[in-house]
Design a protein around this ligand. Structure first.
Ligand SMILES: [Fe+2]
Ligand SMILES: [Fe+2]
Length: 337
């Protein structure tokens, strides 16, 4: 998973490891601008403005953090999945999210920031991740709704990123989007199954939709009028479609899916506008969004603590992998001698 709403300021001045500002270089700047204008790709070895590099490091690392923290709310349900089939699907999905984190950390590393530094920023609470993961998964239907709506919103956000001007990020997103599509479908299919079940199961689905709908709309980030950095990100070809346009697209695509599923969406103002050829919708609670982004959501502390513990518990694996690789390296040197 996720989104442009990532690209919010981290709590500190940003990751300190970003290389020093590119010296002013009008010729290189002109080459860079030309490439952006021609819709070309910027690669790690290319000169790039300092602001472009910093924006990408922040966005890609926040995206990577969101993928690995996003494993936690659903991971809680692996041991409680209602059947072996659902368990196998959920394990595969959660594992995919871990993989997305790895591609993205690798893409961010090409900009000169180490993975250790990015993880340190996450674990110390300085770096942000998508606020959607700071809400609890209360019942099994939440797992289906996360697939349908949260991964669905992620796909809407991430498809334009496949055309991002930074090559490693764009290429990572192509594979990520294919996997997100599986995530969205498995969630929707799980919900369809529940909606064919008992009244209690149907009520669980409706309850989960009611709790997640507005939070998913907030995933697209603040309204365009309140997104001061968007114009620059658009100019650089990092962002292709505005927050409000993506949100509208998502709503228009989701309303008919909700109808097929047989659930209502919890917004009395949601209705088709013939003139606009889009759905109108109600007002998002941005105070709640910012409060959660800033650490006061229901699960912020728990998510971070679980993440730090997982990292510390895995230290022996990293030590063993490094020891093995240095042993192999020494052996190959010896063999070559
Ligand atoms: Fe993902
Ligand atoms: Fe996903």
């Amino acid at each position: 998973m996720y989104t442009q709403s990532f690209n919010v300021q981290d709590s500190s001045a940003g990751l300190k490891s970003v290389p020093p500002p590119a010296v002013e270089n009008p010729e290189a700047q002109a080459r860079f601008d030309h490439k952006i204008d021609a819709d070309g790709k910027i690669e790690p070895q290319d000169w790039m403005p300092d602001g472009y590099r910093k924006t990408l490091v922040r966005q890609i690392s926040q995206h990577a953090h969101s993928e690995i923290v996003g494993m936690l709310p659903e991971g809680n349900w692996i041991s409680r999945a209602p059947s072996l089939k659902r368990k196998a699907i959920l394990i595969a999905k959660v594992q995919d999210e871990g993989g997305h984190g790895l591609y993205l950390y690798s893409a961010a590393e090409t900009l000169g920031t180490s993975r250790d530094q990015m993880l340190e920023a996450l674990h110390s609470g300085k770096a942000k991740y998508s606020s959607i993961f700071n809400y609890p998964t209360l019942n099994w239907a939440d797992v289906g709704v996360i697939g349908w709506l949260v991964d669905g919103a992620a796909i809407s956000n991430q498809i334009p990123l496949c055309r991002c001007s930074y090559g490693p990020y764009a290429r990572a997103m192509i594979r990520v989007c294919k996997e997100e599509s599986f995530h969205q479908r498995q969630g929707y299919e799980a919900l369809l199954t529940m909606m064919g079940g008992t009244e209690a199961q149907k009520a669980m689905v409706q309850d989960a939709v009611n709790r997640w709908w507005w939070k998913c709309l907030a995933m697209f980030g603040p309204p365009d009028a309140d997104s001061p950095h968007s114009a620059q990100a658009m100019r650089w070809g990092i962002k292709r479609i505005s927050n409000d346009d993506l949100r509208q697209k998502f709503i228009d695509a989701t309303v008919p899916q909700a109808r097929v599923l047989g659930v209502t969406l919890p917004d009395p103002d949601l209705k088709w506008n013939e003139e606009r050829q889009h759905h109108d919708y109600g007002t998002i609670d941005w105070d709640e969004f910012w409060s959660t982004v800033n650490g006061n959501g229901p699960c912020n502390k728990e998510r971070l603590a679980t993440r730090v513990k997982a990292h510390n518990d895995g230290q022996w694996v990293r030590d063993a992998a490094l020891a093995y690789s240095s042993k192999q390296h020494n052996k190959s040197l010896k063999d070559a001698a």
